[in-house]
Design a protein around this ligand. Structure first.
Ligand code: GLN
Ligand code: ZN
Length: 759
């Protein structure tokens, strides 16, 4: 029989039970026993689901109270020493202190998991790192599953991927030097699993889909030789990309099989067919673990059938990657348009698809004829679903000139300066102001239907007016309306554009207890009517200072949505860009002088392999320009980026041709500035001068120091002064205090620079 399995399952629970339990525990309204119970229930439910779907092995060890990398840190016993915790008995409180910070230690750094919107905690390694003596929790969870009689396949993040995703706290220390010690610990863990009756372990090595230097490839050979010695059977799991570059080296590793992502990189099926060692299984990831569309069962079967003929029982089938990246179940969705819903598959439906595919191979397609016909019908329905001739026509007819501003930056900047009359080192913020409990409660009341739209909007307008008054009081130069009326920077626009659907419970874990609900692009995208113009005009009416019109950029809207997989991503990006372009035009007509298009997700969309970067960046930059370039010379276009390092793509950011770019940089103590020494950035730039992730109020002197450091590499007349990102997660008291200090710091530096820069 074909073995069916999954690589991992969402752990937040069908109704975000884990989120609620975590937050109650952190607040102190529920105890540890309650949290443990919710965790155990979610695990048990997930195992039961896999059993009900008849999967061949039950995946365990994929649960985490916060994050799988943090679990691995705790299991390996390599906690950051700065916390001073004993690795042998990490309590839940200590575990959360690592994830969220303690009174005297900032949290471990968080960063995006490959090209997903999931954030993991970055292990901190150094020359002094010692592995071993970690906690029992991982083994306990597996023992529970074994005790229930399940044929389990525990998951571990493989040693090379673990190291690759770690950071070293000593500059210059090569973390590969820790590999041998790490491999020994893995060997011990695997041997212990074997004594527990585990027959097969899944070692996740998505790092094999990255560009790897020879030393890392050699590392695989060395480490796997050590860890395989006393191990159960090992399934090497790769995903998010192709492994063909290294397939012949991988095939020499002492493991018993490989899982490959046949959705992202289907072309690797062929090389693996030829290279697969005699005693290996090939796990084909044929159901998309990163998107929400139903699988085309007929097409997938036609790929699998010849593989099955060749490999027989050595063929395994699975989703392409862990189902962590899709919502749990469609069952709860009551309001989705039935025609759209019929095209979708969330995690539970994907498990079912895997079951059907397995049965088709084992017993013949005939036995699942109904399922295949339903899948055919869904595919037929999707073709040209919600297509719009006009939209497609406008995308097809785009001319190169449509991507260009009327004049180059050097000319635009003069006209903008004349129109805006800003001081040197203008101060501004990134867009959102504190989303207070009141704002959130009002929104919840509106969503429940307790208050009507007008009442809701009145409350939001009051909040916006209030935000303008506060900014006037603080003395900022360029104001924002504060985004009180936006639930989320992507969903807000998705709700206002045709072609997007919003699910009710389609939550996906972003980090810890935080979940996002990516909108679903099911049809051609366009803007039926203006989305932000009324609010922008309203905010501007209270002040003589410029208020920025605030939009989310096309790449970020695309990146944080589930997008159609039957059309090129760039086509959808261009459609979104055209909708935003119309909005930019309308804002401009309404007298808005500055318009910001946020693109925080531009960097995370980068493909895993560097050779694919240029192709992506080319259309991503063009999509941004398409949205922005309708701005007249004297309309100032801003963009904002955060969440990642941008040092290596500064030329790309420059190619977006915005007039002002604000970039997160204070968290890394302005490391970003190094890149400005070698690359002459053409337009204005606002490196963030304070971290908005903590309530700490930076002192004036601290900010003047950062501004002056920035002045050393960026001409002062190019420099803006702003925080790292939006302030919606902050409270008003610290926000006002911090912004006052920021404004003061800008004044101090202006004074020091003297009149030579008078504008
Ligand atoms: N304008 C948005 C805000 O201030 C930008 C958010 C972001 O960059 N993630 O909230
Ligand atoms: Zn940001």
């Amino acid at each position: 029989m074909v073995t069916t399995h999954i690589l991992g399952y969402p752990r937040i629970g069908e109704r975000r039970e884990l989120k609620r339990a975590l937050e109650a525990f952190w607040l102190g309204t529920a105890d540890e026993a309650h949290l443990e119970r919710v965790g155990a229930e979610i695990r048990a439910a997930n195992w039961a689901k896999q059993t009900r779907a008849g999967l061949g092995v039950i995946t365990t060890g994929d649960f985490a109270f916060y994050d799988q990398m943090l679990n691995q840190v705790v299991l390996l016993g390599c906690l950051p020493a700065r916390f001073g915790f004993d690795p042998r008995g990490v309590t839940l409180r200590e575990y959360f202190a690592l994830a969220r910070g303690s009174t005297d230690q900032p949290a471990m750094e968080m960063t995006k998991w490959f090209d997903t919107n999931y954030h993991y905690l970055v292990p901190e390694l150094s020359e002094e790192t010692r592995f071993g003596g970690g906690t029992q929790r991982y083994f306990d969870e597996i023992r529970d599953a074994v005790a229930l009689g399940y044929a389990v396949k525990p998951v571990l993040i493989g040693p090379l991927t673990f190291l690759r995703l770690s950071k070293t706290v000593q500059p210059g220390f090569d973390r590969l030097r820790l590999l041998d010690a790490l491999a020994e610990i893995y060997a011990g863990i695997l041997a212990r699993l074997k004594t527990m009756g585990v027959a097969c372990v899944q070692l996740d090595e998505p790092a094999l889909c990255l560009d790897l230097e020879p030393a890392w490839l050699d590392g695989y050979a060395r480490a796997y030789k050590t860890l395989a010695a006393r191990a159960p059977k090992l399934l090497l799991a790769t995903y998010f990309g192709g492994t063909a570059d290294y397939a012949d080296r991988i095939a020499r590793l002492p493991v018993h099989g490989i899982h490959i992502d046949a959705v992202r990189a289907p072309s690797q099926l062929q090389p693996w067919r030829n290279l697969l060692p005699q005693d290996w299984v090939l796990s084909a990831g044929v159901v998309d673990g990163r998107n929400v569309w139903r699988t085309d069962l007929r097409r997938v079967l036609s790929t699998l059938q010849p593989l099955h003929d060749l490999l027989g029982e050595r063929l395994w089938i699975a989703p392409s990657c862990s189902l962590l990246h899709v919502p749990v179940s469609l069952a709860a969705e009551r309001r989705l348009d039935p025609d759209i819903r019929a095209q979708l598959a969330f995690a539970d439906q994907k498990i079912e698809e895997i079951r059907v595919l397995g049965r088709a191979l084992d017993e013949g397609a005939r036995t699942v004829q109904d399922d295949i016909e339903a899948s055919d019908a869904a595919q037929r329905a999707r073709r040209n679903f919600a297509a719009n001739e006009k939209v497609r026509g406008s995308v097809a007819q785009l001319k190169p000139a449509t991507f260009e501003r009327a004049s180059p930056f050097a000319q635009r900047v003069e006209r903008q300066r004349a129109r805006l009359g800003l001081p040197l080192l203008p101060t501004t913020t990134i867009g959102s102001f504190p989303q207070t409990t009141e704002v959130r409660q009002t929104r919840a009341a509106y969503r429940r239907g307790d208050i009507r739209h007008e009442e809701y909007m009145d409350a939001m307008r009051a909040e916006i007016r209030h935000a303008i008054e506060r900014q006037e009081g603080i003395g900022l130069d360029v104001l924002v309306h504060g985004e009180a009326e936006r639930n989320d920077m992507v969903q807000f626009f998705a709700e206002r554009m045709a072609g997007f659907a919003i699910s009710e419970y389609g939550w996906v874990q972003s980090y810890g207890s935080r979940c996002v609900k990516p909108p679903i692009v099911y049809g051609d995208v366009f803007r039926p009517e203006p989305m932000t113009v009324d609010i922008a005009r309203y905010a501007q009416s209270f002040t003589a200072k410029p208020v920025k019109g605030m939009l989310t950029g096309p790449v970020t809207i695309l990146q944080w949505s589930f997008v159609r997989d039957d059309r090129p991503r760039e086509e959808t990006a261009f459609e979104i860009a055209l909708a935003l372009r119309a909005e930019v035009e309308d804002l401009q007509k309404a007298g808005i002088k500055i318009i910001q298009l946020d693109e925080p997700a531009l960097r995370e969309g980068l493909p895993l392999k560097q050779r694919d970067w240029a192709g992506y960046l080319d259309w991503a930059v063009r999509a941004f320009r398409l949205a922005a370039s309708v701005a007249a010379d004297d309309t100032q276009i801003h963009t904002h980026m955060c969440y990642s390092e941008f040092n290596d793509i500064l030329p790309v950011i420059a190619a977006m041709d915005a007039d002002v770019v604000s970039i997160e940089s204070s968290r890394s103590r302005m490391e970003l500035l190094g890149a400005f020494r070698t690359f002459q950035f053409p337009s204005d730039i606002g490196p963030g001068v304070y971290d908005i992730h903590s309530p700490r109020v930076p002192a004036v002197r601290e900010i003047t120091g950062l501004i002056e450091r920035a002045c050393a590499v960026i001409p002062a007349e190019r420099l803006w002064v702003n925080p790292d990102c939006g302030l919606k997660t902050r409270g008003w008291p610290e926000t006002e205090a911090a912004l006052r200090n920021m404004v003061k710091a800008a004044q101090v530096v202006r004074g020091r620079l003297g009149s030579k820069y008078a504008r």
